[in-house]
Design a protein. Structure first.
Length: 168
């Protein structure tokens, strides 16, 4: 029998990292639009067709955000595409999904989210080693236009320095 490669491709076509985490989606625009103050990992309440669709990589976090409603956190605006084999039991792609956090983390993050200028957004979604869907929630502050320009300038100078160091 042949041995399985640890870094072999999963069924979804995405490779597992050495720690066993399977990435599903990442909110890449968040680092450009926001200054990330803090982040925490939380669980997600999903139904079967949503999990299967996420394993196929059909998740978009582009317009997603997190709302605090009655001592609960809800992921709103995340688009999980239909699972083609679910038939009539398919899910609503943009329905609100409950996020699961410990009480002390909820108190910490929900309290800070009510401060002026801070927002909760999903940064990335993945399956952990046990196959459970997790969401990394970020507490962020919106960047001003000059902050975005500064970030771009810093990134360009860092890239130039790395290129110059490689040339030696």
């Amino acid at each position: 029998m042949a041995k399985k490669n640890k870094n072999a491709k999963s069924a979804a076509g995405k490779s597992k990292t050495p720690s066993g985490i399977t990435p599903v989606s990442e909110n890449r625009k968040a680092k450009h639009r926001y200054e990330i103050v803090d982040s925490v990992e939380c669980g997600m309440m999903l139904i079967g067709s949503e999990v299967k669709s996420m394993r196929d990589g059909k998740l978009s976090l582009d317009e997603a955000y997190i709302r605090v409603q009655g001592k609960e956190l809800w992921l709103i605006g995340a688009d999980i595409g239909h699972y083609k084999n679910a038939g009539m039991w398919n899910h609503d792609p943009r329905r609100p999904r409950k996020l699961l956090v410990h009480a002390r983390e909820y108190d910490n993050f929900a309290g800070k989210a009510h401060e002026r200028g801070l927002t909760l957004i999903p940064l990335r979604v993945y399956f952990n080693e046990r196959g459970i869907a997790k969401c990394v929630m970020g507490l962020v502050r919106g960047k001003k236009l000059h902050d975005k320009r500064e970030s771009i300038k810093k990134r360009d100078t860092d890239r130039g320095l790395r290129r110059a160091m490689r040339g030696r």
